[in-house]
Design a protein around this ligand. Structure first.
Ligand code: DNO
Length: 356
């Protein structure tokens, strides 16, 4: 297990590499070329520059989150093969820079979705929250505007303005894409990138849908154990893996996270570990990583990762906004640092307990 922190890159993040380096046990970051559009090639030089920035600060790049998959690939338009060829070149260029773990998602139009980016919790901290009644009442255009308003002036991952300007067009393009077609397009993509992944030992980790059910009439295909098993079996190769995201999968209270970890044993290169609190089946809010602050048993999750031989990288996920920090919602320094240390504490105790 290797603990890391997500970092958005120069100009996009309020948290510095120097700060990350001082979090005990964190030696690597998970980063991206945030300014890149899905479908574009990442050149070896651009990646080398990013790598140098990270290494000059005494850290390393542990994984890329994300190399985004274009909507053309997800929909299967005439431009899909061109975009897949570019994706393959990007993977080659990452491998040349010795980067071997890539996180991506296959969610149509929207990435993760929340209705509130600063809900106040009883302790005065603020967190991201989701309420299905609100989503049922608003149209996607309003969703986009409200996320923009709530994001403290930061560009939120998955809510990049260039893409969302085309919202109407995108919805139109997805008109005939049901979950079966979306799944087949995922398999097509995974098979096409197979040779390059195998040649360079790349491990791809698909990120689950968040929340883990269809929204705004758009299909979602990575929502729980059954769909994850289906995806892993459809392309049954080690390079085709899962980014285990406890918060995304946990948005559906019926998902048994530990059962999913067991089902995906050996195929989890990357884990996002965080807690959330259910208020009712239609409303949840994020919580501190500590088990007692939310609805999940974080010890059990870490223990299942340990028991199944997890050897990938972990990052704490969305943190609360605390101690007057102003940062991208979910991605401040303080609460994620607390999360990183807490998760490492659990891991140390589990490991020592097993060894003695
Ligand atoms: C949200 C993130 C997601 C994730 C992408 C992966 O905070 O977990 O945006 O990075 O879905 O492609």
């Amino acid at each position: 297990m290797e603990m890391t922190l997500r970092w958005y890159g120069p100009g996009y993040d309020s948290v510095t590499l120097e700060q990350i380096r001082q979090i005990p046990g964190v030696h690597g970051v998970v980063t991206t070329l945030f300014g890149k559009q899905a479908g574009e090639v990442w050149t070896a030089e651009e990646i080398a520059d990013l790598k140098k920035t990270v290494e000059d600060a005494g850290l390393k790049i542990a994984a890329i989150e994300s190399v985004n998959v274009s909507d053309d690939i997800k929909i299967g338009t005439a431009r899909r093969d061109e975009h897949i060829a570019n994706y393959i070149t990007t993977l080659e260029n990452l491998a040349k820079n010795d980067i071997h773990i890539v996180c991506y998602n296959f969610m149509p139009v929207f990435d993760w979705t929340r209705t509130d980016l600063a809900r106040v919790r009883p302790d005065g901290s603020t967190v991201l929250a989701y309420n299905q009644d609100i989503v049922d009442q608003i149209d996607p255009e309003h969703m986009k505007e409200s996320v923009e308003k709530m994001s403290n002036g930061f560009v939120m991952p998955g809510w990049e303005p260039e893409r969302l300007e085309r919202l109407k067009e995108l919805f139109e393009m997805y008109k005939d894409v049901d979950s079966e077609k979306l799944f087949n397009n995922l398999v097509y993509f995974l098979e096409a990138i197979g040779p390059v992944c195998e040649k360079y030992d790349m491990r791809m980790g698909i990120h689950p849908d968040d929340p883990a059910w269809p929204i705004f009439g758009l299909p979602r295909i990575i929502t729980g154990k059954e769909s994850i098993e289906k995806m892993l079996k459809a392309v049954d190769k080690p390079y085709n893996g899962l980014t285990l995201c406890t918060g995304s999968l946990g948005s559906n209270q019926n998902n048994d996270i530990c059962g999913i970890i067991e089902a995906a044993k050996g195929r989890i290169p990357f884990a996002h570990v965080r807690n959330l609190k259910y208020n009712n089946p239609r409303d949840f809010e994020e919580a501190a990583h500590l088990s007692a602050d939310g609805s999940m048993d974080m010890y059990k999750i870490m223990k299942t990762l340990y028991d199944t031989g997890f050897d990938g990288i972990i990052r704490p996920d969305h943190g609360r906004m605390i101690w007057d920090e102003v940062a991208m919602p979910g991605y401040g320094l303080y609460d994620r640092a607390l999360g990183a240390v807490y998760l490492q504490g659990l891991w140390e105790a589990i490991k020592k307990n097993q060894q003695n």
